[in-house]
Design a protein around this ligand. Structure first.
Ligand code: ADP
Ligand code: MG
Ligand code: ZN
Length: 475
């Protein structure tokens, strides 16, 4: 029998607020172990949590960008369980009254648009981190306790590993665009639980699911799903039953292992946290956040294609990162030639910035300089090839383009007489190429133009060169 894969994700993202969610400890990465925690985040008796309002602001941004309804009334609850990385023995989370309800994300896959529904987005705190070492046993670092998280829960709308990874990439892009999460997977800024089940193709009744816990890379999500699909298919084909259980994924072994099944799963005894009041969010507050939201890639791509006539490839690349999009739009405000700008961003700016650990916001070639340079091209002061050389130069020297062009002696030669002199010389030196040209070989024209550009260090106006070569050979 053929089976259909069904997947639902529970995605955790760390929010990059200045401080943690319920105390004033710094919210950051890379502190030495157990130096960034306090009585509140480690749950010492009598310590009282206070909600960091930035966390709510960030979570509302996420909700609004994913089409969720923002609840007027939300409640923090205690999820009680014991684990060594959780010194309070409960995690503050939201269950009955989450901050964001519903929502959806549009996926563009192989030219088809698919809507993945969200069940909810809630706010909670992260736990500490266990470090299992060979010779020192298991170590615990409490620094991550109470780092703010949002958890986005999808409906079981995903149908393949490819779709699941595409969704995660999309969510990551949105969070980074909004500036509410670093999206740094290698630092654990995004992790997810992956629920997988199979049903006979054509059926609409979901099968029993297993849940792979806490996966922290796109690659592992993909591999984990593929593995589960195969494992569950084997069970079903042998006439067996998949049991509902939580499984651990091992990157080393590329296998999943049973952790606990449904019967063993504990009740968390959720109850409202008596130390935190229910939160009321007014429509005016939500409106004020809405007004500050940046335009997301999807909107920008549409605009770039329909209003600016950019090819979809350019539009997608430029819109994919907020800084690139903003740089592009700043250029456009100074010089209304979208395609000329996108060409230079894609082939030069992005290449020069690569591996430089620099932000487009403060590169030496700011939008003013780039557009001044492009204007010199359209005014016939330099050609495109020279402009690229100049761009690399002013990237280093921070000069104005015009000054650099003059200093480097690269101002384009538009003087007919001057160019004609050189064209005549080159023609005289290459009688064989002249014959070839007359015999109709188009390569010969390219040869002449090349020689002349070389003789003028690329400064001759290429259009004039072309015209003159044809005119002078033919007399
Ligand atoms: P919990 O894990 O706490 O039991 P839920 O029942 O709300 O929570 O489901 C969690 C996740 O499992 C959701 O992302 C949901 O889409 C997904 N899910 C539920 N049923 C299935 C299924 N049959 N196959 C795959 N995923 C499922
Ligand atoms: Mg779950
Ligand atoms: Zn703290």
């Amino acid at each position: 029998m053929k089976y259909q894969t069904v997947i639902g994700l529970e995605i955790h993202a760390e929010l990059c607020t200045e401080s943690k969610v319920f105390c004033s400890c710094k919210n950051g990465f890379g502190f030495s172990p157990n130096t960034n925690c306090c009585p509140v985040c480690t749950g010492l008796p009598g310590a009282l949590p206070v909600l960091n309002s930035k966390v709510y602001e960030y979570a509302i941004k996420a909700g609004l960008s994913m089409g969720s309804k923002i609840s007027k009334y939300s409640v923090f609850e205690r999820k009680n369980y014991f684990y060594p990385d959780l010194p309070k023995a409960y995690q503050i989370s939201q269950l009955e009254y989450p901050l964001c309800i519903g929502g959806h994300i549009e996926l563009e896959l192989n030219g088809v648009t698919k809507i993945i529904r969200l069940n909810r987005i809630h706010v909670e705190e992260d736990a500490g981190k266990l470090i299992h070492s060979e010779n020192k046993g298991s170590l615990i670092d409490f620094n991550r306790c109470s780092v703010p998280l949002i958890e986005m829960v999808t409906e079981p709308d995903l149908r393949s590993a490819q779709e699941a990874v595409a969704l995660l990439e999309k969510i990551r892009q949105i969070l980074v665009y909004l500036g509410i999460s670093t999206g740094k997977m290698e630092q654990g800024a995004m992790r997810c639980d992956v629920n997988v089940s199979l049903m006979p193709e054509g059926s609409s009744v979901y099968g029993t699911r297993t849940e792979l816990k806490n996966i922290s890379s796109f690659r592992s999500v993909f591999a984990g799903i593929e593995y589960e699909v195969k494992r569950q298919t084997d069970i079903l084909e042998k006439g067996g039953k998949v049991i509902q259980e939580t499984r651990r994924w091992s990157d080393e072994k590329m296998q999943s292992f049973a952790m606990r099944n449904k019967e063993e799963s504990q009740s968390y005894r959720y109850f409202p946290d008596p130390d935190l009041l229910p939160i009321t969010v007014t429509p005016e507050y939500v409106q004020s956040i809405m007004a500050k939201l940046p335009r997301l890639p999807e909107q920008r791509i549409k605009q770039y294609v329909t209003e600016y006539n950019l090819p979809i490839y350019d539009a997608t690349l430029i819109a994919s990162e907020r800084e690139t999009a903003e740089y592009f739009e700043d250029c456009l405000a100074l010089y209304n030639k979208p395609k000329e700008i996108s060409n230079f961003i894609m082939s030069d700016i992005l290449r020069l910035i690569k591996g430089q650990n620099q932000s487009l916001k403060n590169i030496p070639v700011n939008p003013k300089k780039l557009t001044d340079l492009l204007k010199m091209v359209s005014d016939g002061k330099v050609n495109v090839t020279v402009a690229k050389t100049v761009l690399e130069e002013i990237w280093k020297t921070d000069e104005d383009p015009e000054k650099a062009v003059v200093r480097m002696g690269l101002m384009q030669v538009n003087d007919m007489a001057e160019i004609e002199k050189i064209v005549r010389e080159i023609i005289a030196q290459n009688p064989q190429a002249v014959e070839e040209f007359k015999a109709g070989k188009s390569k010969a024209l390219a040869f002449f133009v090349g020689q002349i550009m070389k003789a003028t260090k690329g400064k001759a106006n290429p259009q004039i060169v072309n015209e003159l070569v044809i005119k002078l050979i033919n007399i």
